[in-house]
Write a protein that binds this ligand. Structure first.
Ligand SMILES: Cc1cc2nc3c(=O)[nH]c(=O)nc-3n(C[C@H](O)[C@H](O)[C@H](O)COP(=O)(O)O)c2cc1C
Length: 315
């Protein structure tokens, strides 16, 4: 799959970043309509939830692939290598062509469990997890950060990952300690590019952190042509049309149309998610136009997608 993507987008491919509670099936459909990324990524799914009969039904729901979503990468996380193999086998069976392992999540509970960014401090387990995931036969990538508590860790950690024969490596250019606050460390990119060329020239390099739209991503690739792809996360909150190749400020009509589409998708299939999870998206669409805050307040009072659609009709 990665070979095809690279061939199709030799000048850098765009990716919708995995975002828990955001990049579920409905939102990915919205993004497809707004101006699709070259590659989709799922939210992360815990492999031990999947391996446990009690957690499996929910994990299966989260991993559902929509129509026309390929290429899409499934992101998984956890600490038990056997559970990675079990989940990876299932992912292959249901049509995924690539798997990504989360080794960057800063969440306190995830770190406490030993997963996500905690793996930066446990390379031996990280290597066993990668090997266990590869057993399913799909290409395996890792998404990580520069280090756990200090930027200086990057060379050892990234160098170690590059030795794991990965199909791709996504680096969010911050440490776990930095969460998402200070500017991403783009000053390190030339050295990272050099290290990749030295250790693993075949591993695709994907850059993440503060890239707001495709224009910014393309500019980044022009500056550093060695980068294979760029990943956009929070940029979608500022502009859901950010993957369009020539983004312009969306009009109120465009935003309302997209919100209605999202509400209708949710009404048709809520994916068993509470209506409050849908409400979180209102600020993505209802912003930056006269009367936006009043409309948002009205929408927040609604109790169902039907009520919200009714409120929008009054506009
Ligand atoms: C709400 C939210 C949920 C996230 N969930 C995940 C996740 O499930 N897996 C993951 O690897 N990163 C997750 N991230 C991190 C993003 O993928 C991305 O690395 C980070 O936001 C930096 O990119 P940006 O500056 O483009 O937003 C999440 C970020 C946000 C804001």
């Amino acid at each position: 799959m990665w070979d095809i993507i690279k061939r199709k987008h030799p000048n850098g491919f765009s990716i919708l970043a995995p975002m828990e509670g955001v990049t579920n099936l409905n939102f990915r459909k919205v993004m497809r309509k707004a101006g699709r990324p070259d590659v989709f990524w799922t939210e992360f799914t815990n492999v031990s939830s999947f391996a446990n009969p009690k957690g499996r039904p929910n994990a299966i729901k989260r991993l559902k692939i929509g129509r026309h979503e390929q290429p899409i990468v499934a992101q998984i996380w956890g600490v038990r290598p056997d559970d990675f193999t079990t989940t990876a086998n299932y992912l292959r069976k249901i049509g995924y062509k690539a798997i990504d392992i989360n080794m960057g999540c800063p969440d306190k509970n995830v770190v406490k469990s030993g997963g996500g960014s905690a793996l930066i401090r446990d390379p031996e387990l990280a290597a066993r997890i990668i090997a266990a995931t590869k057993k399913a036969g799909l290409p395996v990538s890792v998404k990580t950060r520069l280090g756990f508590s200090s930027v200086g860790e990057w060379k050892n950690w990234i160098g170690f990952l590059l030795k794991q024969d990965l199909a791709a490596l996504t680096i969010h250019l911050r440490t776990r300690k930095e969460m998402s606050t200070p500017a991403a460390h783009y000053e390190l990119l030339p050295e990272i590019i050099e290290l990749r060329a030295e250790i693993a020239p075949k591993t695709l390099l994907i850059v993440n952190g503060d890239v707001k739209n495709t224009t910014a991503g393309k500019t980044l690739v022009e500056k550093y042509p060695e980068i294979d792809g760029f990943m956009i996360g929070r940029g979608v909150f500022e502009d859901p049309f950010c993957f369009k190749t020539t983004p312009k400020k969306p009009s109120r009509e465009e935003l309302m149309k997209l919100l209605k589409y999202h509400l209708k998708l949710y009404a048709k299939n809520s994916e068993d998610l509470a209506y409050d999870t849908m409400k979180r998206f209102f600020k993505v669409y209802v912003r930056d136009f006269p009367g936006a805050s009043e409309l948002r307040a009205n929408l927040m009072e609604t109790k169902s997608p039907k009520e919200a659609l009714k409120a929008l009709k009054k506009l």
